[in-house]
Write a protein that binds this ligand. Sequence first.
Ligand SMILES: [Zn+2]
Length: 292
Amino acid sequence: MIPFQFNKKSSAEQRKCVEKYSSLLLARANEKKIKEIDDWCRMNLSRSFSTVITASYKELCELKEKLAAPDHEGRYSLPNPIKKYLINTLYKEHVPRNYLIDCLDVTVCPYCNRAYINRSKNHTVCQLDHFFDKAAYPIMAVSFYNLIPSCGTCNLTKKQQPLGYSPYDPRFDSADQLLEFGFTAETERELQGLKKVTSIVIQSKEKCMEDNIYHLELPELYQIHRDIVQELLYKKMIYSKEYVDDLKKQYPGIKIDPGRLVIGNYTTPDSYGKRPLAKMMADIGRKIKLID
Ligand SMILES: [Zn+2]
């Protein structure tokens, strides 16, 4: 639900990252096997394997349509040894995960915006989800724009189910175009932040988000964060507009957006991906007029 900031890089910059990713990947691979895969791609897809690795998100969507077309059933099936090599060796052992994560500059799961994803020097403490399932489309198992760093919960919840929206999708600049958080409260005590709200609600006008919300089980998973909404409502009771204006007056040189200080999270669409729950807190913070 949070578009990668990587999409905002120029196409030349993106290209540079993707080309380097491809060369790091292929440098570790078995030349003979890569030649076999390349021959298969040229023969069946009329393109080289390297252009499948570096294909843009739009090109991958087109390729997926081609591979999924029912009248071609069977024609694009990869021979088993190639499929095995692609998934068990090339993907599992040779994908330069840390390089990919550095390129994307991603620190919070883009699917749920609930969990940090990290990397240390030697370990990548995040999972890579294949937006287009690797079992169904093994030829895209190592394509840069098919790999989504994500948290364990999302990767496990999604399994092989198809999603409609990828964080690489360039049609959307901001998560605000994709979905909106709200809540329901049944009592005055809930509205005053004295009790957890009844529920957190996620709405979207975009059809492509339906599967993401449903298959990633976001409405259910988000209910655990009702205490955060409670805190926002409580803050609304004690942080009057005068109090916030006073803060701004008292610290005129303040570098951080006052809204961020008030809700304790980032509030702009470009920064939702920097800290868990930023999108939910910003949406609800605005809804209750705690922030502008
Ligand atoms: Zn997640």
